[in-house]
Design a protein around this ligand. Structure first.
Ligand SMILES: *Cc1c(COP(=O)(O)O)cnc(C)c1O
Length: 378
């Protein structure tokens, strides 16, 4: 890349060994769910401390399956955050349950655990926290509240592979944990995801929900007693995911290094003094899935993004608050319901961050940001 090329906000890094491995799978005569899925699941299980892990066609469907395993449906409520990818609460609607949002802590941008108990009703069945940008939500508080009220926890850890909480890897402890392997995530299987199951979960039912509800026995036996979907992962995808998993530590170390460089560069141009909020300076728990800034409200985000784009810097929005989408407004949510999510969601901006980024790209971003913010009067 020359310095004049456009810098994306993220880009997957697929190595030659993985590409060669995919070609082998394609030539092998078996390209959908098979030996590579089993191998990928085994490797993931080892990664998550020996827990049962099932691979799926997306991260979204893993959360839907977790809700179904818990028998959560019509009449039930699930507590979640309004500042996430819309998949997080769409899955609650998909199973016929009701999402109940709890506002975020504007510093961590994760669900404010201190407000969860006030949202619990007799219908509450589960808490679905999100580890936004890979920074863990307050799992001590969340798990304690769940235990106190007999609720289940499904962690939307789509962005948090390799993150840790008090020295323990996210997914290696606790209740359900859901991960995504979408190309923007820290590792990818093109599309895909995995669900880490707690010991009391019915893994066999989860497998049936993954593929038409079919249960096989012997060579010719087949029974169906539940409406399963079609969300198995292909072996081609699993081969990509397995190759990526081998490099997860390297990828996350590079992300952490780049994040540290971002802080130094942001400090050098005095961003915080100019009213721009930086992410929490966490170098032990987060996997640095994203580096997100929150400029002051007087900066119009669309104009800022356009000015950066014209100078070759691509940025992203993660995320607009879920409750303000039309689907959710039609269910009674309105502006003002979750002020912190709305304020952060209106301004939050994802800067480029991916392992193949060069050190010089970091200062290219911050130098450009510096110049553009000056034009905006900051
Ligand atoms: C990516 C993502 C999902 C969905 O994952 P898919 O694999 O795209 O279905 C859900 N929640 C969050 C927070 C995500 O970032």
């Amino acid at each position: 890349m020359t310095s004049q090329d456009t810098l994306p906000f993220t880009r997957p890094d697929i190595d030659d060994d993985t590409i060669a491995g995919v070609v082998e799978v394609l030539r092998s005569g078996w390209i959908t769910t098979g030996p590579w899925c089993a191998r990928f699941e085994q490797a993931l299980s080892e990664y998550f401390g020996g827990r049962t892990v099932l691979a799926f066609a997306s991260g979204t469907v893993t959360m839907e399956v977790a809700l179904r395993l818990l028998g959560i449906g019509p009449g039930d409520e699930v507590i979640t955050t309004p500042l996430s990818w819309v998949a997080t609460s769409n899955v609650i609607l998909t199973v016929g349950a009701t999402p109940v949002f709890v506002d975020i802590d504007p510093t961590t941008r994760n669900i404010d655990a201190g407000r969860i108990e006030a949202a619990i009703t007799p219908r509450t069945r589960a808490i679905l926290p999100v580890h936004l940008a890979g920074l863990p939500a307050d799992l001590d508080a969340i798990d304690a509240i769940a235990a106190r009220h007999g609720l289940r926890v499904i962690e939307d850890a789509a962005q948090a592979i390799g993150s840790s909480w008090r020295g323990k890897r996210i997914g290696s402890f606790g209740d359900f944990a859901s991960f995504s392997f979408h190309p923007n995530k820290n590792i990818t299987s093109i599309e895909g995801g995995c669900l880490v199951l707690p010991p009391d979960a019915d893994a066999d039912l989860a497998r049936r929900l993954r593929l038409q509800g079919v249960q096989r026995s012997g060579l010719d036996g087949m029974e169906v007693d539940v409406v399963g979907g079609k969300s198995n992962l292909t072996d081609v995808a699993a081969r990509v995911g397995w190759g990526q998993l081998q490099r997860l530590e390297e990828f996350n170390a590079r992300r952490r290094d780049l994040a540290q460089q971002y802080f130094a560069a942001c400090d050098a141009i005095g961003l915080e003094a100019r009213g721009v909020q930086l992410p929490p300076r966490d170098f032990t728990q987060t996997n640095w899935h994203m580096f997100q800034i929150v400029p002051p409200p007087q900066v119009q985000r669309a104009a800022l993004m356009q000015a950066l784009k014209e100078r070759g810097i691509t940025t992203g929005v993660h995320y607009p608050p879920i409750h303000l989408f039309r689907l959710y407004r039609a269910r009674g949510f309105a502006p003002g319901d979750f002020p912190h999510a709305e304020t952060v969601g209106a301004s939050i901006l994802t800067l480029p961050l991916f392992p193949a980024m060069r050190d010089s790209d970091v200062t290219r971003v911050t130098d450009t940001l510096d110049a553009v913010l000056r034009q905006f009067g900051l």
